[in-house]
Design a protein around this ligand. Structure first.
Ligand SMILES: C[S@@+](CC[C@H](N)C(=O)[O-])C[C@H]1O[C@@H](n2cnc3c(N)ncnc32)[C@H](O)[C@@H]1O
Length: 337
């Protein structure tokens, strides 16, 4: 492994934009979840909590559904090179599992790790190098929530071998975004010939409200609190300045339920982003994080609104995680040309 990494930074992550979005998050009292993955410290803490609590790391049935998803993709792949694009790759654990399987199947595979967080991209890129030669392993720092799809598509295209079959992964990402915001972007990036593998944390059981309540302890715990508080601590907010609580909310626009972390200030506090101050009065309520919980039918419905159709799905016996193989139903000029 070489002593340096080449990383492409999309303009959606240039400092001026990040600063403006941070101020917007604070002024609107709604922190975009992406701000919880920025630093090396946040990345370390998230990876630790993911390892400790994620069913994907602790439930063999969960690992199996990722394998089944890839097996289904492999069945429909024509011979030739394959390029895996991990959208929101995190530490890359799931993508690397797929890359390992591709290598064992004798497929010539490359990888592009894409994430809003530089440290995440570096962790994923390093992990992927066990399966993919360094020259075929690319790293892109990009905000998928704000990047314009055409410029990101161009950037990704330059890193793929011409004619490669593309597998896009969007694992664990749906919970962190408003679906009406992210799905048009995901649809614009997905070409009709691509295989799109997604996964989502699900609300188990037939009763949606009860199922969401059942998984609340996966969020309301010390590891998650510790991770989320790093964002506030970096702005100079002390734990004693208020109270962090987890609630379940229903999004009126979609009827989807989300687990939300809210920090209620117990005393006034001013936070500074360079020379700009944002003031929180006692009683101010800051939404610090949210995670949507889906059911397979709710996910299918949301994707369908944006021209993405689920062909196959695999759900763990616990009903808490699902992998979905989707494709784009939109005929793009690229596909026709
Ligand atoms: C819940 S983790 C999922 C990570 C990985 N795909 C997995 O399933 O283990 C969410 C990931 O999305 C990334 N992320 C959050 N907001 C993002 C955004 N706006 N654009 C790109 N990546 C984002 C985070 O940095 C984090 O790595």
């Amino acid at each position: 492994m070489s002593s340096a990494a080449l990383v492409t930074v999309h303009c959606s992550r240039f400092p001026g934009r990040v600063r403006a979005q941070l101020l917007d998050s604070l002024r609107s009292r709604n922190v975009n979840p992406k701000f919880h993955y920025d630093s090396y410290k946040q990345t370390r803490k998230w990876l630790r909590l993911h390892e400790a609590l994620s069913p994907a790391r602790n439930d063999p049935a969960c690992e199996a559904i990722y394998d089944q998803g890839l097996a289904a993709v492999l069945k429909r792949l024509a011979p030739g090179p394959v390029h895996l694009i991990g959208l929101g790759c995190g530490g890359g654990h799931k993508d690397v599992r797929l890359l390992r399987r591709l290598r064992r199947e004798g497929r010539d595979a490359g990888y592009t790790a894409v994430d809003v967080s530089l440290p995440m991209v570096l962790v994923a890129r390093e992990a992927a190098q066990a399966e993919v030669p360094e020259a075929r392993c690319h790293a892109v720092v990009c905000d998928l929530g704000t990047a314009d799809a055409a410029s990101l598509d161009d950037l990704l295209t330059r890193q793929e071998p011409p004619g490669a079959h593309r597998i896009l992964t969007f694992f664990g990402m749906m919970p962190n975004f408003d679906p009406a915001h992210i799905l048009p972007r995901l649809a614009a990036l997905t070409r009709p010939a691509d295989s799109l593998l997604l996964s989502a944390n699900l609300a188990p059981g037939a009763d949606y409200a009860k199922g969401t309540f059942q998984v609340l302890p996966q969020y309301d715990n010390e590891l998650t609190r510790d991770w989320l508080m790093v964002f506030l601590a970096d702005l100079g907010v002390e734990p004693s300045d208020g109270h962090l609580r987890f609630v379940i909310e229903e999004d009126p626009a979609t009827g989807l339920r989300r687990i939300t972390a809210r920090f209620e200030f117990g005393q006034p506090r001013e936070v500074w982003v360079e020379n700009e101050a944002v003031r929180f009065e006692a009683g101010a309520d800051l939404r610090l994080f949210f995670s949507y919980r889906y059911t397979p039918s709710r996910l299918r419905e949301q994707l369908g609104r944006h021209g993405l159709a689920i062909g196959q799905q695999w759900v763990t016996p616990s009903g808490q995680e699902g992998v979905f193989l989707a494709s784009s139903q939109i005929r793009s000029p690229r596909a026709e040309g």
